[in-house]
Design a protein around this ligand. Sequence first.
Ligand code: SF4
Length: 443
Amino acid sequence: MKQVYMETFGCQMNVADTDRMELLLFQSGYLRTAHVEDADLVLVNTCSIREKAEQKVFSLFGGLKPLKQANPDLILGVAGCLAQQEQSALMARMPYLDFIIGPDAVESIQHIVHRIHQGEGPVVWTEFDARKNYSIPEQPLVKDSGPSAFVNIIKGCDKFCSFCVVPYTRGREKSREAGEIYAEIRQWVDHGAKEIILLGQNVNAYGKRGLDHPVAFHELLYGIAEIEGVERLRFTTSHPMDFTRELIQAYCDIDILMNHLHLPVQSGSNRILELMRRSHTIEWYLDLIAQLKSEVPDIALSTDVIVGFPGETRQEFEDTLKLMEQVGFNNSYMFAYSPRPNTPALDMVDDIPHEEKQERLQETIQLQNRLTEENGRAFLGREVEVLIENVTSRKGMSFKGRNPHYWSVVFKGGEDCLKPGDVTRVRVEEISGHVLRGSWAGQ
Ligand code: SF4
């Protein structure tokens, strides 16, 4: 078989897209290798949400150029959001590339590689695909995927937040037919998955339009809960404006829906939220959190935060810290603002100096570390249920997994009778950053 080396930058959607391309390429006679020097095809799935992610891609390809010069038959391809954003400009910058494909071309990877083999390269394929379906191959969907499986349920986004490239790189929302999602989940379960994580840029906009058989997001969750063998269910990422009352009820009704929610807020200032075009206020967000906590008191919350957005004053930044403290997030994905091509915020003056942005980011990280530790302390001395993901031998531990609140848990004991995929109980003895450490508490 030929060999393909694949590398992924960015979000879980990209990871899932890479997995899908790996499967499709396997059907075309390519086996994935971990060694780039052995590869016949190198495929890099890129991200353009931050400037830093782009720089990493360019530096990776700088290292690949000599390989291509030494072996002109080596196929080099770029997929994902940077490919979609830059299109032919990438080819001008890296003329040794064989193909450039956007996120909507994932399903066409076999065809594209075939064209290269036929001498039709280079290929640039960045049209948006209005189809909402994914192929479900008859061959197993998975290699050894581990106990958690990611399942795409919606592509694209219609929200057009002013800082975000996603609507331009992934196109408008396209929900996938529920029947096809259920079929894919059954396949994952047949291959050993215990936990299903539903993916989408804006997952709770699922089903709003365009489905042949309309199903709302909460109805999809109830449908998945009926599938035998699914022991845990999660979803990411959600937009506050699409968070419905029915979804809160689903947390109460569906036992396998884990008590964790990632709900990006981005800023604690109403003025900045308006500039970001987030369509809600802080009061509205806090009210939603209050409703959720009153129905699901045990829910663990995480969020996304951007600091240093154009015009953000010191006071507005402190409002973000205040909000984070008020909600008590378990975790946050925190970023310093960087202007992205094609986005409306590009027209705003990026007036916060780099050093100031970095200082604000550090303050935010410090606050989140404290909040994480405070939340973690609540688990000390308690038993938590853990889905084992991996074996580990680091620092005297035996296994690694996650509890329902999406904390990483490492623990010792149970080597003789436990294996990845098992759900077991662990007594928490220590917190180390975002990780709970403890000992097996028996079945
Ligand atoms: S909702 Fe999320 S993906 Fe959509 S535009 Fe806003 S930040 Fe981007």
